[in-house]
Design a protein around this ligand. Structure first.
Ligand SMILES: NC(=O)c1ccc[n+]([C@@H]2O[C@H](COP(=O)([O-])OP(=O)(O)OC[C@H]3O[C@@H](n4cnc5c(N)ncnc54)[C@H](O)[C@@H]3O)[C@@H](O)[C@H]2O)c1
Length: 338
């Protein structure tokens, strides 16, 4: 048995999807689509696929035999593309963020359930070793009561990152830096501590000619009672400085950092000392002029295959994907613009 995938959006992350599906023993790519069809053709050639390449998404949906549509396009297109895929009877693997509004995310979930397909969301950082260990420390009760969490996303995005893209920096298509740079972090906070129920925030655009913010601070209250502080920016001089999460709890303190949440910076947990033999193999995505979040897309795809073949899996679905969209929407709705 094998699962057939079609990739829509053959840019930076679509290329990674192609690489990991090509390497997946029980998966194959059967169609590719990009409005710049040359990008689809380049992937077809690179992996010697010999599949049909489409410039038009509707044309792909009308003829592809894929089981799963991998949506790797700009954020503002995710909802419409996912709903069309569901109506065509295709399962969906959508890149983060699932959508730009809660209403869109809900419409996607409804379309998926009405049409009997799965709506799955890429959250590859959940597979990082430090992240999985932290989840274990929280769920086992070994951390005791968690009091506070502090999250820093202090990154550099040079002017060309926005200028060379027809969607980055756009309110309509990117939505905001929280959807791009911070959504993985927010997903983990939701996974560990539940929904965000209260927010105080301020945002500003200080150092880029873009429609969205490039600096922000938010105080978050989670439904578990945990107090959170999130600071995010794309204005750090020269290169990424820090992406970290620090947890202050009754019986332990944890700081996860490294460039891609792939390193334990500090671990002092009473009933769960760090083992010496833990191996950190998470590598960053190569991203042209800069580097993105760490790569566990192979695990995401392997788990999608397992789900479709009715095996044990760790797939994030719409009901969990929507949590970070709710949090982000709440932050922007409550943010004072300065
Ligand atoms: N999981 C992660 O760590 C991670 C990392 C990077 C990007 N992403 C996400 O992946 C998505 C894409 O980001 P990217 O960096 O690959 O962007 P990108 O600009 O490199 O690629 C987007 C591609 O979509 C194509 N496209 C745009 N509109 C289209 C349309 N209507 N029909 C067909 N193709 C269309 C573009 O031509 C482009 O090739 C975003 O949601 C982004 O947040 C996730």
């Amino acid at each position: 048995m094998s699962v057939k995938f079609a990739i829509i959006g053959c840019g930076a992350i679509g290329s990674r999807h192609a690489a990991v599906i090509d390497a997946e023993a029980r998966g194959s790519i059967t169609s590719l689509c990009d409005c710049n069809v040359m990008k689809a053709e380049q992937l077809d050639e690179k992996y010697s696929l010999g599949v049909k390449c489409f410039a038009d998404y509707d044309a792909l949906l009308a003829s592809t035999n894929a089981n799963v549509i991998n949506i790797c396009t700009p954020h503002g297109l995710h909802a419409e593309m996912a709903i069309k895929a569901a109506k065509a009877g295709k399962h969906i693997l959508v890149e983060k963020p699932m959508a730009l509004t809660v209403a869109d995310a809900e419409a996607m979930m409804t379309a998926a359930s009405d049409n009997g397909v799965y709506l799955m969301v890429v959250k590859q950082n959940r597979f990082n070793v430090p992240i999985a260990l932290t989840k274990k420390a929280i769920d086992s009760g070994k951390l005791g009561r968690v009091f506070m969490v502090q999250c820093h996303v202090l990154w550099n995005r040079h002017d060309g990152y926005y200028a060379d893209s027809n969607w980055r920096g756009s309110k309509e298509l990117e939505g905001g830096a929280l959807y791009t740079q911070a959504s993985h972090f927010i997903d983990l906070l939701n996974w560990w501590f539940g929904d965000v129920v209260d927010v105080k925030a301020e945002i500003a655009t200080k150092n880029h000619a873009i429609d969205i913010e490039d600096c922000g601070n938010a105080l978050l209250t989670f439904d578990s009672g945990v107090m959170g502080a999130l600071t995010w920016t794309t204005c750090v001089y020269n290169k990424n400085y820090e992406g970290s999460i620090t947890i202050i709890a009754e019986n332990g303190t944890i700081k996860i950092g490294g460039p891609y949440l792939n390193k334990i910076e500090y671990w002092d947990v009473k009933a769960m000392p760090l083992q010496d033999d833990i191996c950190f193999v998470d590598k960053p995505n190569a991203y042209g002029k800069y580097q993105g979040t760490s790569s566990n897309h192979d695990k995401v795809v392997t788990n999608v295959v397992a789900k479709l073949l009715n095996e044990r899996h760790h797939v994030v679905e719409g009901d969990e994907g929507i949590m970070s969209i709710k949090a982000i929407e709440m932050i922007y709705n409550n943010a004072r613009v300065i």
